[in-house]
Design a protein around this ligand. Structure first.
Ligand code: 5AD
Ligand code: SF4
Length: 478
C-alpha cells in the first residue's frame, strides 16, 4: 500500500450512518433478549474471553459494553453464558494454539445449550487461513469478525439469531475508527484508552500490520473527553494504547507529545501511561514532555528486540544500537529515576552466537528494570518466516541464558528499594498468593504486602523490606 493511501486513512471515522446501523442492531438484539429473559425468567449472560495484548483487552471492553447494551449480564463463567465472544491473538503460535484449543472446548457447551451463540474475533481470525480453518473445522462457531469490525458484532449476532445465517465478516478494505461504543471497563481504577490503531512499521517478524491494518489515530478532542470522564470518575491509572503509540497522529497538526501534554493538564489524582512505543519515534519532545509532568508515570517501555545491528536491520526496526542508547541516555538525563523496560526476541532467523551476545551486552549496558522476552515464532505471511530458521534447541538455550542475565540485573535494580517507602496503587488480593495483596509502583514494579481487600484501587505507602528479581515485598504504613 502506498504512503499516500495510508495518509488519507489517518483519522477516518466510521460514517455516522454505519454507527447508527450498529446502534439499531444493538436495540433489536436488546428487544429480542428482553423477550427471551421474560420467557425464561432469567437474564441472558455473555462471556468475553481475551487473549494477547492490552489492545485486545481494550477491544474486549468494547465488546462487553455492546453485550451489556444488548441486555446481557457479563459473566466470568462460560458455562452460564448465552453468548461467548473469543478475542484472539496472533502474535505468536502459542497464543493461536491456546485460542483454538479453548474454542474446541466450547463445542460441548453448544451441545448442551443449542441457543448458545459463539463469536470469534481478533488478530488470529483476521488471517484468512485461520478464518477458513474455523469455517471448516469449527462448525459450531456462529460468527467471525475482524479487528476493525467490532461495531459489526451486534449485526452478526442478530442475523445469526434471527435468520440462522452463519456469518463471516472479515475486515473491509478500509480501516476506520469507530467512536461512541459503550465501554464496559474491567476495573474502576485502571483504564485502557486506545488512541491509535494499526501499524505501518512491518517489522519483519510481526503479524500485527497484516491483521490490524494501517495506522489511524483518534481525534485529540475525543481522547481528551474520554480521559476527562475517567478522571472525574476517579480512575487512578490511565494507559494510552496503540501498537505504535508514539507515532500517534502522524500527518496531523499535533503529535503524541502534544496529546500527552494536553492530557496531563486534566485535573485529578491519576497517572498517565502509554504503550507500546517504537524507539524510532521516541523523540526529544516526547521525553521532555514526560519529564515536565508529574502526572505522566516515570516508566518507559521501549522495545529493543535485539542488541545486534545486523538483526535490527533484518528485523526492519529503523534504528541501530547507538541511536537506541542515545535515546536511553537522554531519557535518564531528564528523568534519572525512571524505570525502563523492554521486549526482546531471541532466535530470530540468522541470529548468530555473536548477535545474541550483543543482546546480552545491551541488557548489561542499559540495565533494564524488567524485560519481556520471547522466543521467535514464525508467522505465516511475514518476511522473517521465509528466512532460514534457527534450531529450536539453540533458541531455547539462548532464552534461558537471557533470563539468567536479566534476573541478576532486575534483582540488582530492585535491591536499593529495600528500606524505602514507595507509593503503590493496590490491585487487591494477589492472584498468586491469596494471603497477600499486590499493587504496582509508578515504575510498574509489582509489590506484595499484607492488607485488607478494601484497599483495592487506593494509593498506599509501602515500606519495602525484601526485594526479588520480579517483585518487591513490604509493609503498609500510614
Ligand atoms: N515471535 C516472537 N515474538 C514476537 N513479538 C512480535 N512478533 C513476534 C514473533 N513473531 C514480540 C515483540 C513485540 C512483542 C509484543 O511481541 O517483542 O514487541
Ligand atoms: Fe509489530 Fe513492529 Fe508494528 Fe510493533 S512496531 S506492532 S513489533 S510491526
Amino acid at each position: 500500500m502506498s504512503e499516500n493511501i495510508s495518509e488519507k486513512r489517518i483519522n477516518s471515522l466510521v460514517p455516522p450512518h454505519e454507527m447508527e446501523k450498529a446502534f439499531g442492531f444493538i436495540r433489536k438484539m436488546r428487544a429480542l433478549n428482553e423477550k427471551r429473559a421474560l420467557e425464561t425468567g432469567t437474564d441472558l449472560k455473555a462471556h468475553v474471553l481475551t487473549f494477547g495484548c492490552q489492545q485486545n483487552e481494550a477491544d474486549s471492553e468494547k465488546l462487553a459494553g455492546m453485550a451489556r447494551s444488548m441486555g446481557y449480564e457479563i459473566t466470568s463463567e462460560p458455562e452460564r453464558a448465552d453468548l461467548i465472544l473469543v478475542n484472539t491473538c496472533a502474535v505468536r503460535e502459542h497464543a493461536e494454539q491456546k485460542a483454538l484449543s479453548i474454542i474446541g472446548q466450547f463445542k460441548h457447551l453448544k451441545n448442551k445449550k443449542s441457543t448458545l451463540m459463539i463469536g470469534v474475533c481478533g488478530c488470529m481470525v483476521t488471517q484468512k487461513h485461520r478464518s477458513e480453518e474455523i469455517r471448516r473445522s469449527y462448525p459450531y462457531v456462529d460468527f467471525i469478525f475482524g479487528t476493525s469490525s467490532l461495531h459489526r458484532m451486534p449485526q452478526l449476532l442478530y442475523e445469526k439469531t434471527v435468520k440462522g445465517k452463519r456469518l463471516f465478516a472479515p475486515d473491509e478494505d478500509e480501516y476506520l475508527v469507530a467512536e461512541g461504543l459503550n465501554i464496559e471497563r474491567a476495573s474502576d481504577y485502571r483504564a485502557w484508552v486506545s488512541i491509535m490503531y494499526g501499524c505501518n512499521n512491518f517489522c519483519s517478524y510481526c503479524i500485527v500490520p497484516y491483521v490490524r491494518g494501517r495506522e489511524r489515530s483518534r481525534r485529540m478532542e475525543d481522547i481528551v473527553t474520554e480521559v476527562e470522564e475517567l478522571a472525574e470518575k476517579g480512575y487512578k491509572d490511565i494507559t494510552l494504547l496503540g501498537q505504535n503509540v508514539n507515532s500517534y497522529a502522524k500527518g496531523m497538526e499535533y503529535d503524541f507529545a502534544d496529546l500527552l501534554d494536553r492530557l496531563a493538564k486534566i485535573e485529578g489524582d491519576f497517572k498517565l501511561r502509554f504503550m507500546t512505543s517504537h524507539p524510532k519515534d521516541a523523540s526529544r519532545k516526547l521525553i521532555d514532555t514526560m519529564a515536565k509532568h508529574d502526572k505522566i508515570a516515570k516508566h518507559f517501555h521501549l522495545p529493543l528486540q535485539s542488541g545486534s545491528d545486523a538483526m535490527l536491520k533484518a528485523m526492519n526496526r529503523h534504528y541501530d544500537k547507538a541511536q537506541y542508547l542515545d535515546t536511553v541516555r537522554y531519557i535518564r538525563e531528564k528523568m534519572p529515576d525512571i524505570a525502563i523496560t523492554t521486549d526482546i526476541i531471541v532466535g530470530f532467523p540468522g541470529e548468530t552466537e555473536q548477535d545474541f551476545k550483543d543482546t546480552l551486552d545491551m541488557l548489561r549496558e542499559v540495565r533494564y528494570d524488567m524485560i519481556f522476552s520471547f522466543i521467535y515464532s514464525p508467522r505465516k505471511g511475514t518476511p522473517a518466516s521465509e528466512m532460514e530458521q534457527i534450531d529450536e534447541k539453540v533458541k531455547g538455550e539462548r532464552f534461558s541464558r537471557l533470563l539468567e542475565v536479566q534476573n541478576q540485573i532486575s534483582l540488582e535494580k530492585n535491591l536499593p528499594f529495600v528500606g524505602k517507602t514507595v507509593s503503590v496503587l493496590c490491585d487487591g488480593v494477589s492472584k498468586n498468593n491469596d494471603a497477600l495483596l499486590s499493587g504496582r509502583t509508578e515504575g510498574n514494579k509489582i509489590v506484595f504486602f499484607e492488607g485488607d481487600a478494601t484497599d483495592e484501587g487506593k494509593y498506599l505507602n509501602i515500606k519495602i523490606d525484601r526485594a526479588e528479581a520480579f517483585a518487591l515485598y513490604g509493609e503498609k504504613i500510614k
